[in-house]
Write a protein that binds this ligand. Structure first.
Ligand code: NAD
Length: 351
């Protein structure tokens, strides 16, 4: 059919700093029994894609063999495996990029994001979805209602990180939430917190990112200029008061300290940002204030909730997209993301 005549071009990381846009070795893949093959649409670039390209590793995940990049994606079903019941050719789906083993204690306990055998797109050695045709477990493909776009489907990935962060932090109505960092992850956390009835103050060192946050609904923005975390926190508190819940989305030491110092006694603090592996932070203040600190690793069972938030109109993620490129110009898209220009950069695999 049509597929047999089509090539499968993708963005493949051959080695550190060596990214190529070329025909993938396997050509157009055939779905296994529990998979669907997708004709890929938009794929967002994540900081981790850029990091693998620039450094070849994130922590213990090391790129040893060529790997297709990309994991924030949506596409249209073009072939269905024999066991797949809930999807058919032509369905538009969002791709939850990681599938776990379903048998370990983490999986059985519902926290499948902690599965040691997780297979996650564009986390080595697993190929990502930044290509024209891509096969994925059907159970991890979520059918989009007609009024939800493929762009929104792709953005369910970062949105799910925020759903998970807000749930871990026990977000509740009327809370004051402080989001540290106004990158894509800070912005989705802001949006989910707002949808959950919170008032949100968001910080950044970049005025343009704060302007974007304001445009996307921040109740207050705070421009961080000091490297002293206590001083930053005092200034934040002067403007917004102490936060019930702080969601740290930079991983930067000074921001971690500021976020903790700005959290009220009895409040919660969620560490979403990943920076240096070890940092100094005010642990005595955490003790004296009985602050609950939560770690976050991606998400589990969050795609349906993220989709519901978008489908109902409770969050509008479309505004995150500032740039888009056809697949052939993917390198430009990566350069732009690396430079920190804009917010979310999309590559259209069908263009
Ligand atoms: P990003 O780099 O685009 O955004 C980070 C923002 O923090 C930038 O706008 C930067 O200007 C700002 N910043 C830097 N120093 C600051 C300071 N001292 N105070 C306030 N703001 C400061 O990154 P992103 O894509 O938005 O991701 C944010 C973080 O979330 C990254 O560390 C990433 O690794 C992490 N992340 C974690 C998970 C998870 O599962 N826990 C998932 C996705 C991303």
């Amino acid at each position: 059919g049509i597929k047999a005549m089509t090539t499968n071009v993708g963005v493949i990381l051959k080695d550190v700093l060596d990214m190529k846009i070329e025909e993938l070795p396997g050509g157009v893949p055939q779905p296994e029994a529990d998979q669907v093959c997708l004709s890929m649409g938009p794929v967002g670039i994540c900081g981790s894609d850029v990091h693998y390209w620039q450094c070849g590793r994130i922590g213990d995940f090391i790129v040893k063999d060529p790997m297709v990049l990309g994991h924030e994606s949506a596409g249209t079903v073009c072939a269905v495996g024999s066991d797949v019941k809930h999807l058919k050719v032509g369905d538009r789906v969002a791709v939850e990029p990681g599938y776990p083993c379903h048998t370990c204690s983490a999986c059985l306990g519902g926290r499948y994001n902690l599965c040691p055998d997780m297979k996650f797109c564009a986390t080595p050695p697993i190929d990502g979805s930044l290509c024209q045709f891509y096969c994925h477990k059907a159970a991890f493909c979520f059918k989009l209602p007609d009024h939800v776009s493929l762009d929104e489907g792709a953005l369910l990935e970062p949105l799910s990180v925020a759903v998970h962060a807000c749930e871990r932090g026990k977000l509740s109505f009327g809370q004051k939430v402080l989001v540290c960092g106004a990158g894509p992850i800070g912005l989705v956390n802001m949006m989910v917190a707002k949808a959950g009835g919170a008032t949100v103050t968001i910080t950044d060192i970049s005025e343009s990112r704060l302007a974007k946050a304001k445009e996307m609904g921040a109740d207050a923005t705070f421009h961080v200029t000091s490297r002293d975390s206590r001083e930053t926190a005092d200034d934040i508190v002067k403007v917004s008061g102490f936060s019930d819940l702080t969601i740290e989305c930079t991983g930067v030491e000074a921001s971690i300290g500021a976020g903790l110092w700005a959290t009220k006694p009895g409040g919660s603090y969620v560490q979403v940002g990943y920076g240096k592996a070890e940092v100094n932070f005010p642990i005595v203040a955490v003790g004296i204030r009985e602050i609950d600190i939560y770690g976050i690793f991606r998400y589990a069972n969050c795609y349906p909730k993220a989709l519901a938030l978008v489908a109902s109109g409770a969050v509008d993620v479309k505004g995150l997209i500032t740039h888009r490129f056809p697949l052939k110009d993917a390198l430009q898209a990566f350069e732009l993301t690396k430079a920190g220009t804009g917010v979310k950069v999309i590559i259209d695999c069908d263009k």
